[in-house]
Design a protein around this ligand. Structure first.
Ligand code: FAD
Length: 317
């Protein structure tokens, strides 16, 4: 079922969902399942699965030469989506990125999603290759998420790259990313909103936000979106802090601010066990306020670990 249908059916009650990462190459699926199993009691209508593009590795050969290897450390997004739908009978949402794909490959993966009975895709530009630092599109691919949304929308209308197939029209519900504290490459929030609206105009049905710790940032973002004429559901992204290092890692990776009150609470902690508890308490407070505000879904970034999300969900659902 589509995310928008899940939201309609919930009749104003906030839903619970989360995102997982495919395991690193060589790791098994059982670890993923053992993290997901305890979360099923909170009835997630959907689970997102991230997509990870290729990376470069440099290996020294016995003759001293350096060999560049192109590798994908977390493959398996499509397979995991199929496994989740089969095991839990809920909607798995693959992330679909521009990076590393040409348009033909994108069309083919969308055909796979369609055959697997996947009803939703979260469409993104994708992160840059780690060692490159700057996003470089495939020469035959898309540069921005709005272009990829357009390709999915075209397929929903039976318009494939080289031919029209009325019988092959897909019916994907399309999600896109939004940034309450703006995307790090954007000169300001107005410009970022301008491009967010382009994604909506291209056919996106809902927005999932970057993680944030200050609800006011989300409330302001929703206000600005509504004023800009963006009417689709805006799902907040939540990630509980779990270790002291998150105070520096998360702002660095996700380009977000931490409220001073949270920083002081974490700094007071003598060990990571106490930080973990502070992270849970903060998220519970944050989520209670978001539920009161009427958010359609609380979407948790699990990063592969679920005990803290389970504790938070127990307080809320
Ligand atoms: P875009 O919407 O394309 O925006 C990128 C930047 O370009 C912004 O600064 C925007 O303002 C600007 N811009 C947009 N359109 C145009 C245009 N037409 N012309 C000029 N400028 C434009 N990354 C992954 O690799 N895999 C994942 O699975 C993944 N999942 C994510 C899930 C969520 C909920 C979020 C919030 C992010 C996720 N990311 C993922 C990270 C994401 O790929 C990065 O944040 C990326 O840098 C931007 O992606 P986007 O889709 O927001 O890009």
């Amino acid at each position: 079922m589509k995310v928008t249908e899940h939201i309609e059916r919930s009749k104003g009650n906030t839903l619970f969902s989360f995102e997982i990462l495919p395991p690193k190459k060589g790791d098994d699926l059982q670890t993923i399942f053992s993290n997901i199993d305890p979360l099923m009691e909170f009835n997630p209508p959907f689970i997102d699965v991230t997509y990870h593009r290729e990376e470069y590795e440099y290996k020294e050969l016995p003759n001293g030469l350096i060999q560049k290897i192109v590798t994908r450390k977390r493959p398996g997004t499509v397979g995991i989506c199929a496994a989740l739908q089969h095991r839990y009978e809920i909607d798995a949402i693959p992330h679909l990125i521009c990076g590393g794909f040409n348009k033909e490959e994108t069309e083919n993966i969308l055909i796979d999603f369609n055959f697997l009975g996947i009803d939703n895709v979260l469409v993104l530009r994708g992160d840059p290759i780690k060692s490159e630092g700057v996003f470089k599109p495939n020469s035959q691919g898309h540069s921005y998420a709005n272009e990829l949304v357009e390709q999915v929308t075209n397929m929903n209308g039976g318009k494939y790259l080289h031919e029209d197939y009325a019988n092959g029209a897909t019916d994907f519900c399309i999600g896109v990313a939004g940034y309450p504290e703006k995307h790090f490459e954007s000169p300001n929030l107005d410009t970022d909103l301008y491009y967010l609206k382009k994604k909506i105009n291209a056919g996106a049905d809902y927005i999932v936000t970057q993680l944030f710790y200050d609800n006011q940032k989300y409330f302001n973002f929703v206000d600005r979106c509504r004023k800009a004429g963006i009417k689709v559901p805006i799902i907040p992204g939540i990630k509980p802090i779990a270790i002291k290092k998150h105070l520096t890692i998360l702002p660095n990776v996700f380009h977000i601010d931490m409220p001073q009150e949270l920083v002081l609470e974490v700094e007071k902690c003598k060990d990571n066990k106490s930080v973990y508890e502070v992270g849970i308490e903060w998220s519970v407070r944050q989520c209670k306020e978001l539920i009161k505000y009427g958010v359609p879904v609380l979407h948790f970034y699990s990063m592969g670990r679920s005990e803290n999300i389970q504790k938070i969900a127990k307080e809320l659902f």
